[in-house]
Design a protein around this ligand. Sequence first.
Ligand SMILES: [Zn+2]
Ligand SMILES: [Zn+2]
Length: 355
Amino acid sequence: MKIPEKMKAAVLYGFNDVRVVERKVPLPGRDEALVKIAACGVCGGDIKIIKRGMPKQPPFEEFIIGHEYSGTIAAVGEGIDEFKPGDRVVVEVHKGCGRCKNCIMGKYTACLNYGNFEKGHRANGFTTNGGFAEYAVNHVNTLCKLPDNISFEEATLATTAGTSLYGIDMAGGYISGEAVAILGPGSIGLMAVQCCKALGAGRVILNGTRDDRLELGKKLGADNVVNVNRENPVEIVRELTSGIGADLVLVAAGMEESLQQALEMTRRGGEIVLLAHFDDPVTIDIGLAVKNGINIFTVRGEGRMSVHRAISLMAEGKIEGKSLITHTFPLENINEALTTFMERKDNALKVVVHP
Ligand SMILES: [Zn+2]
Ligand SMILES: [Zn+2]
């Protein structure tokens, strides 16, 4: 594969200032591969970086954003025999340092050396350059082979699905026959619906405010959907579970109301997992959790190789990402892609950019 010297990349020049410019194609070092990017999804995380930044991010005018990408291996560095040029791959964001307590335990998205390049930590699109570009360098740990029956576009949802799977893991993992309530029908919530069903959950109840997304949730396997603007989600979840409440509640909307509703709709002794990020402090009646013996777990993105499991489920047709993709844009139009996502133009859900 012929590799050019220069590439186009979306670089962050300052807050709310993303420019498509020419950059040098990076070279893979030891245990790294160069990925020729085919598709990169826009995520809420990108918007946060653009609007207000994140700790440990590379400096303005250098930082190439984007973290949900897929493509083809263009070259491999020393020490890699797991992949060869031409292999189709999807990436996961976090490459932990591999030496801290959390990394050794598989919790590498919570690496104790987060952002420490010297210690080997990488989070492409957060602390190192990412995927809104023609090429990116990835550590072998962050590469996952992509079967031929999954498109590059669809693969951009692997991390989203992986986040749901990791959340379910954290709560104990066993959900066969259980009642699950999911709050927030965004990309994570909709992938979570499918993951729960694929893992044998009983009733899955999806809650949200947008009818089009709830309808899609139904198509993707939700047994019940609740529009929280019109109906009381706590009452409905209790009704549908013989008054007991959901065994597991996945919070995929980072808002105070969602968290309070989660506390009120979880079965006594049940579990809540926070998949969403919360931008602001929230006030909730946490005493309900203690009184009812409800355990609350959190995950930061994907972990324990959950992206590999997500791809496996996708390859078997048990989950899918195609129906979530509403818009695609060429890299040159990245700003239009970001605005479309941010303002949810034309009911935008998943927006994918092609370099
Ligand atoms: Zn993301
Ligand atoms: Zn670590």
